[in-house]
Design a protein around this ligand. Structure first.
Ligand code: C2E
Ligand code: MG
Ligand code: MG
Ligand code: MG
Length: 279
């Protein structure tokens, strides 16, 4: 027999069901004031040194808590902010907050290695003064450039090759590290390795997730780690959730791991308590 839903296909669009477009409009209308209303904050996820078996830094990850909409994940609002241009103001907020926080954590114990990784959107990278902006923040908050890593994705590099190369060069001249995020998921990751000089490769979570059951994923991950090391890049495996995944990347001499196994993204206070307190 035919179900009621199949018989009346358009009943799906009742007033209780949001379409994708409606959802985007709703998010966008609330996002406009999110920064002003202080609804944005950063969480920090530990970056774990596999060799030293300790946390040596954190990735800053944006969080939006809207009183009306609840928690909205970055995958849902970053692209909106990129479309309406808000990503510049939001990105600057992220840079200020994370750099200030990292400087504070570093000053608590300058002998302890600590770096912060910050995600950069393609639009931020189109500003010819971006490297100056970063240099100013580093001196404003007194964070050594070597404690800052900027994560970019292929999107950054697709726009204007010359400009991207120029900005990467300026940032590296300051001593800032540049990391290629979500490595292996794009269209031309390998050609980017040839064109640009990176300091770090972040192997996308999709290679790590099925390491235990999938021989092909093991071979790919092994090959990416070996290649990264040949190119003298730091290699980070993203999305490590199990001991078996940890054992595999360790055996392949991957430098760093990031993932729920080592720690979830948490607010600054929790990060400090859980990963930076000496007791
Ligand atoms: P990303 O930069 O690749 O960040 C890693 C994502 O993987 C984060 O998702 C993190 O919470 C998640 N993750 C980490 N470990 C695990 C794990 O073991 N298992 C699983 N299932 N997930 C794990 P999140 O925080 O939702 O961020 C998603 C994406 O949003 C980020 O991917 C990044 O592309 C973007 N994003 C986040 N914050 C910012 C920001 O401040 N600026 C910009 N431009 N983009 C950001
Ligand atoms: Mg990232
Ligand atoms: Mg990633
Ligand atoms: Mg990503």
């Amino acid at each position: 027999s035919i179900s009621k839903a199949e018989a009346t296909p358009y009943s799906f669009f009742n007033k209780h069901t949001q379409t994708n477009i409606e959802r985007r409009c709703l998010l966008e209308s609330h996002l406009v004031d999110a920064l002003k209303h202080q609804e944005l904050s950063l969480h920090y996820q530990p970056l774990f040194s596999l060799q030293h078996k300790r946390v040596i830094g954190a990735e800053a990850l944006l969080r939006w808590h809207s009183p009306q909409l609840g928690d909205v994940p970055p995958d849902q609002f970053i692209s909106l902010a990129e479309h309406n241009g808000q990503i510049i103001a939001i990105g600057n907020f992220v840079l200020h907050t994370a750099i200030e926080q990292a400087a504070k954590w570093r000053s608590q114990d300058p002998s302890r290695p600590f770096r912060v990784a910050i995600n950069i959107s393609p639009l931020q990278f189109r500003d010819t003064d971006f490297a100056d902006y970063i240099a100013n923040l580093l001196s404003l908050y007194r964070l050594p450039a070597s404690s800052l890593e900027l994560e970019i994705t292929e999107g950054v590099l697709l726009q204007d090759e010359q400009l991207a190369q120029h900005i990467i060069g300026q940032l590296q001249a300051l001593g800032v590290r540049i990391s290629l995020d979500d490595f292996g998921t794009g269209y031309s990751s390998l050609s980017y390795l040839q064109k640009y000089s990176f300091d770090t490769l972040k192997i996308d979570r999709c290679f790590i997730t099925n390491l235990e059951k999938n021989e092909q994923d093991r071979e790919l991950t092994r090959a990416i780690i070996a290649m990264g090391k040949k190119l003298t890049l730091n290699v980070i495996a993203e999305g490590v959730e199990t001991q078996a995944q940890d054992a595999f990347i360790r055996q392949e001499e991957c430098d760093f791991g990031q993932g729920y196994l080592y720690g979830r993204p948490v607010d600054a206070q929790t990060f400090e308590r859980d990963y930076l307190s000496s007791d």
